[in-house]
Write a protein that binds this ligand. Structure first.
Ligand SMILES: *[C@@H]1O[C@H](CO)[C@@H](O)[C@H](O)[C@H]1NC(C)=O
Ligand SMILES: *[C@@H]1O[C@H](CO)[C@@H](O)[C@H](O)[C@H]1NC(C)=O
Ligand SMILES: *[C@@H]1O[C@H](CO)[C@@H](O)[C@H](O)[C@H]1NC(C)=O
Ligand SMILES: *[C@@H]1O[C@H](CO)[C@@H](O)[C@H](O)[C@H]1NC(C)=O
Ligand SMILES: *[C@@H]1O[C@H](CO)[C@@H](O)[C@H](O)[C@H]1NC(C)=O
Ligand SMILES: *[C@@H]1O[C@H](CO)[C@@H](O)[C@H](O)[C@H]1NC(C)=O
Ligand SMILES: *[C@@H]1O[C@H](CO)[C@@H](O)[C@H](O)[C@H]1NC(C)=O
Ligand SMILES: *[C@@H]1O[C@H](CO)[C@@H](O)[C@H](O)[C@H]1NC(C)=O
Ligand SMILES: *[C@@H]1O[C@H](CO)[C@@H](O)[C@H](O)[C@H]1NC(C)=O
Ligand SMILES: [Zn+2]
Length: 453
């Protein structure tokens, strides 16, 4: 039935425009601008992005996953899993069982990624479909023995324009058609680290550049005739907060370096004690009250960050804006990775296309909810995940969407209507059976004001 409607619609479009290459399978382009903090949308002038939102949907802030770092969150977007479940638990990792190391520049070993099945793999296992990636963490790695059919090896020096040109080419002229594609850009993360999010002057210049790239993206899709048919999601992995040289915790002043290995440093430090865990823990515990020190088994439930061998025996979580360092060393003015309940760590999500409503805004969903929504759009059966499809339902045109106040309103109206109808029916019945004289009298009273009672 739904297919019939879509076919009819497509037929109509084809008839009108005389253009005959609309792909029948929905297509989705997933775009990430790294480190795009949610409130940049409120605090900076972003006309192209605002236009995109006007014709589509906006989720004002996304509750991302802990730790609020790049690789872990990008993998959660495409798997719908918490970090402990997909296994990319940091940008820098160590596995004590296999003695393997992982870093942003040494990420090609499938071992790290195979704990989950990203959406580009699932998409590609469908008949007549392929996936493409103009970068995204993991897309240049064999995961379950598969890469996207079309991808780029990661290199920050490839300009946005080249990434955009190549991904749109793949989306428009591949066989079997590319139905899922990613596009990744390093900014505003890089500048957020350098200047700090409170440097309004520098950040407004950087964000204007990004807004222009979004303008280029939309323009390109319009020129290629893809704008109305392609579903586009623009989102990000995390936000950014201001750091300061006045907010640094020096571990060297609390504990001898020979007592532990440091796997990851700031703002969430991963500590592998060399001998007695309790001893190391006690020293760190009393080091500085601007960080929380957790034994692995005591990491709060809400972080969903415990059940994985790659999470080290002790983690230190700095307070917002604080930096963990070994000694006096250079410092970033902006950083992320902190508690995922902090608004400054949240990104946003905007989307446009035939699958999305127009001019709809919603305050929040979770990063893990994006995956089941994307699977729905592409008609894919989702892998087991931690997302909730109904959280994103209101963004989609083909879903019933009602919020609680509306539901209450509808229920009350329905009850009222039912009462009126019942009243009327009782009236009619008593009118019909009115044969005795005194019942007629009573009826006339009722007739005057049938709504009362
Ligand atoms: C895949 O494409 C071929 C050729 O166009 C077609 O015959 C076949 O039915 C398609 N399969 C599916 C599942 O759409
Ligand atoms: C990526 O790099 C590998 C090894 O450096 C190379 O063999 C492969 O052809 C490259 N793939 C693409 C798509 O550029
Ligand atoms: C983009 O496409 C052009 C033309 O096919 C190709 O020469 C170039 O290597 C591609 N860029 C990347 C980063 O793969
Ligand atoms: C789509 O249509 C345009 C002209 O309308 C044509 O140039 C292009 O080759 C077509 N693409 C495919 C994949 O059929
Ligand atoms: C931007 O940052 C640079 C270097 O940190 C600084 O010198 C400059 O004053 C900042 N502001 C502007 C508007 O460039
Ligand atoms: C731990 O550090 C102390 C100095 O604070 C040192 O005496 C001790 O040998 C270290 N223990 C190990 C196992 O490295
Ligand atoms: C570790 O150190 C604590 C306190 O110093 C001590 O009570 C405990 O017995 C030690 N455990 C081991 C296994 O050595
Ligand atoms: C600070 O730590 C770095 C390693 O992080 C080390 O190379 C350097 O020598 C240390 N500097 C001082 C003054 O201890
Ligand atoms: C997340 O999903 C995975 C896969 O279904 C499951 O194993 C895990 O228990 C889930 N985590 C939570 C906290 O529900
Ligand atoms: Zn970053």
């Amino acid at each position: 039935m739904k297919l019939l409607v879509i076919l009819l619609f497509l037929g109509l479009l084809t008839g009108c425009s005389g253009n005959s290459n609309y792909s029948l399978t929905p297509q989705l382009l997933l775009v990430s601008f790294d480190g795009f903090r949610a409130d940049y949308l409120k605090n900076y002038d972003l006309p192209h992005l605002q236009n995109f939102i006007k014709e589509g949907v906006l989720v004002e802030h996304i509750t991302n996953v802990f730790i609020t770092k790049t690789f872990p969150n990008h993998y959660s977007i495409v798997t719908g899993l918490y970090e402990e479940s997909h296994g990319i638990v940091a940008n820098t990792m160590y596995d004590d069982i296999t003695k393997k190391h992982f870093s942003e520049s040494d990420d090609k070993d499938s071992f790290w990624w195979n704990g989950a099945v990203p959406i580009w793999v699932t998409n590609q296992l469908q008949e007549n479909r392929s996936s493409a990636a103009a970068m995204w963490p993991g897309t240049d790695v064999l995961i379950h023995n598969i890469t996207p059919s079309y991808f780029m090896n990661y290199s920050s020096s490839v300009p946005f324009e080249e990434r955009l040109n190549n991904v749109t080419t793949w989306l428009s002229s591949s066989n079997p058609p590319v139905t899922f594609a990613t596009l990744y850009w390093e900014e505003p993360d890089a500048s957020g680290h350098t200047y700090g999010p409170e440097d309004k002057e520098n950040m407004s210049r950087v964000l204007k550049e990004i807004d222009d790239l979004i303008g280029d993206l939309v323009q390109k899709l319009k020129v290629l005739g893809m704008w109305e048919n392609l579903n586009v999601i623009i989102t990000s992995d995390h936000g950014m907060t201001q750091c300061s040289e006045n907010r640094v915790i020096h571990l060297d002043s609390c504990i001898d370096r020979s007592n532990y290995s440091i796997i990851d440093l700031t703002p969430v430090a991963a500590i592998l004690p060399k001998t007695n865990i309790t001893e190391v823990y006690d020293k760190l515990k009393h080091c500085n009250h601007h960080m929380n020190v957790y034994l692995k088994e005591d990491i709060p439930n809400r972080f969903y960050y415990r059940h994985n061998d790659r999470i080290q025996p002790i983690i230190l979580v700095a307070d917002e804006g604080w930096t963990i360092a070994l000694n006096k060393s250079s410092l970033k003015l902006g950083d992320h990775g902190y508690d995922n309940s902090l608004p400054s760590m949240h990104p946003f999500l905007a989307a446009h296309g035939p699958a999305f409503r127009r001019g709809y805004r919603q305050s929040t969903i979770n990063t893990v909810d994006i995956y089941p929504m994307m699977c729905h759009i592409l008609g894919l059966k989702p892998q087991p995940n931690n997302g909730t499809f109904s959280h994103a339902k209101c963004l989609l045109v083909d879903q019933w969407c009602i919020n609680l106040p509306e539901v209450i309103g509808i229920v009350i109206s329905a009850l009222l209507l039912l009462t009126i109808l019942t009243g009327l029916i009782i009236c009619m019945q008593s009118r019909a059976s009115a044969s005795r004289p005194f019942s007629r009298l009573q009826l006339q009273e009722d007739d005057d004001d049938p709504l009362i009672g």
